[in-house]
Structure formats: C-alpha cells, structure tokens
Design a protein. Structure first.
Length: 178
C-alpha cells in the first residue's frame, strides 16, 4: 500500500486558495483586455489631421532623433518618451520596408509629410500599451498595499477612467504620468 505524504494529499483549503488565485488572474486578464480595448478604440481619431498641438511636436522630435540628431532640442516633456517614439517610428519604417511599402528613407519622409497616419498610429499604439501597463502597475501597487481584491478594483477603476483612456490614445506623455 502506497502512503502519501501530507503535502501530496488533497488539501481542500489549498484548492480553495488556488481557485481564488485563478479567479484573480482571470479578473486581471479581463481588466487588462478592457483597458487595452478602451485605449485602442479611438486610436485613429482625427487622422490624417492632428488636433492636439503637442502630438506633432513630440513625434516630429522623435522622427528627428531617428534621423540621427540624438538631441531632441525639446525639453518640455521628458525625453525618454521621445526616444521611445523614435524607436517605434524606426520599427514602423523597417516593418514597412520589409513588407515592400517603403523602399528608402526619402520615401518614408515623403509619406510622413503627405499622410503621417501610419507613424502616428504606431506611436499611438505604443502609448496605448504604456497606458495598459499603467493599469497593470496599479494592480500590483494595490495588491501589495491592500490585497488582491483592492488591487483588482484599483486596476478596474484606472482601466475605465475616461481621462486616462483619452490620454492613452494620443501621442502624449501625460499617459505616462497618470
């Protein structure tokens, strides 16, 4: 007859804890999907026109950095965001080049000035991802300070926050500060 150790026996209390952990993880996944969906929903607002004055200011600096001038000459906003957007714009260029839509940097420059929608969409998508990551950070902060349920509620409240969602849709550094 095989004897089971205490840790190998079924533990109803341990199963209860695992069930709560699973429910919490599924709830967090749902909140993150909701947050991302709310942020991506308006990602194409206004394109190809630009209605936010600082959006072209920031992205023009990012494209300039991507072109080789590593000094953005613009320090109203933190420059890390400009460098991240320079990387995203460069990734967009290489992706478009790989699929055959762009052949060289000059064509990218012409496309950027004729219809910058692709570059703005990629930059806005990066901002949406950062805004969704803020929701995840809010969950972790709430969980560490007050418990899993509070963390999940805090993440849900930030996920559906109209102000945070609207700033997470544009190429705007305010989403990072919220």
């Amino acid at each position: 007859m095989v004897s089971l150790k205490a840790s190998e026996r079924s533990n109803p209390k341990g199963a209860h804890v695992d069930h709560h952990r699973l429910v919490n993880r599924l709830g967090l996944a749902g909140v993150l999907m909701l947050a991302f969906g709310l942020r991506v929903y308006g990602i194409g607002f206004g394109l190809p026109q630009l209605y936010y004055w600082d959006e072209p200011e920031i992205l023009n600096r990012a494209v300039q950095v991507g072109g080789g001038d590593l000094n953005p000459h613009f320090f109203i906003y933190p420059t890390l965001y400009i460098y991240v957007l320079a990387f995203v714009s460069g990734f967009y260029f290489f992706l478009q080049r790989a699929i055959g839509n762009l052949h060289d940097v000059e064509q990218f420059a012409v496309e950027y000035f004729v219809d910058p929608s692709g570059v703005y969409l990629s930059a806005r998508l990066a901002t949406c991802l950062v805004g969704t990551a803020c929701v995840l950070l809010m969950y972790h902060a709430g969980r560490e300070l007050f418990g899993r349920t509070t963390g999940l509620l805090a993440a849900l409240f930030l996920a559906v926050s109209a102000l945070h969602s609207s700033f997470s849709v544009t190429t705007h550094v305010v989403a990072l500060a919220a």
